[in-house]
Design a protein around this ligand. Sequence first.
Ligand SMILES: [Zn+2]
Length: 403
Amino acid sequence: MPVNLYYTQKIRGFQQQSVKYTATSVKFSLKRTKFQCPRCGFANVTLEPIGHRCVHGEPMGCCHEVIFEFMTHRLYCPRCKARKIEHIPFLSHPWSRMTKSLERTVLELRHHMSIQAVTDYLHLRWHTIKELEKKHLKKKFSRIQTAHIKAIGIDEIHVGRGMQNQQFLTIVRDLESGTVIHVGDGKGVSALAGALKKLKKSKLKIVTMDMANSYYTWISENFPKAHIVFDHFHVIKLMNDKLDLVRRRVTAKMDDLQKKQLKGLRFIFLKNKEDLPEDAKSILRNMRGDFQELGDAYMFKEALRTIYMRAKTSYHAKIAFHRWSKLAEETGVPELKTMARTVRDKLDGIVSFWTFHHISNAKMEGFNNKIRWLIRQAYGFRDREYFKLKIYQLPEISCVKQI
Ligand SMILES: [Zn+2]
């Protein structure tokens, strides 16, 4: 009995000629019932067969590999004299390897399954699925609504193994909705080239960013009304980097015994004080004596965090940061002196964090976890464009796979 091709596969205007079953697949031979001139719609056209095409269709029952075979034709229209290849209505483009209906199923399955899982389930090629999804994402994210956007966050992420510029991506996000607005190659102002056009119509008021990067001038030139905010997350991150520098410098000067003592303690510096176990706290207390500079640096990091916990207004924060940088400079530790200078130079932006009611890239932190998850998966991709498109899609992906 012939299968109803429209209800099962959304194929119309074709008739089933024969069907062949194998252990894992089923192959239908189809014949087109009506032809029409693609230009003027005239029905009485002359057919010239070109060749057989095979495309994948939706799985049916226990058979996951469903193939449709049909002849394609070149049509000649005696009315308008057009000579054209026939249009196949159930394919999204003339050389597609699967029906439109299967394409939709694949995209839907991709929300829940990896490319490999879909490949195995539907007996399609890995590359075919990736390319299909890529095309879909490209269309979906070609236009992003930005007219309502008031606050953005700019961040750089490291995606490769080396430290060259091409191993970085610059991501611009809407701080309110979390939408990814722009993903630029590399870091620095050149990575923002495409973002300017996208943000032209926005009502940009607030921009949060890393203190170490160079977007400051770019923002003030292109969005003179926008306020730059160095949020809590980035200030602490920079301080942690400084702490790490001190640790490296101090370690380099140590003898073997001291090195042994310090070995494996790196995590202590990066953790917050209240998260440390008791024995680690006592190591830290002794360390202050043994490794003065390291102890100082750790203490100043904690002091910086305290400002964020205690200061209620921008006025209080300003006083506290002033005092902090003065004391940090007095320690004579070079890394702390640099940090103090940065804090003083960027004080307006740092204190704006209070002015704008703690606006923060904190949401970004959750997003960064997702990025790391994506990078881990993406080592197999080797396709930068696809990877960037997946970043646009990240806010709507849940990366916690449930059992
Ligand atoms: Zn015609």
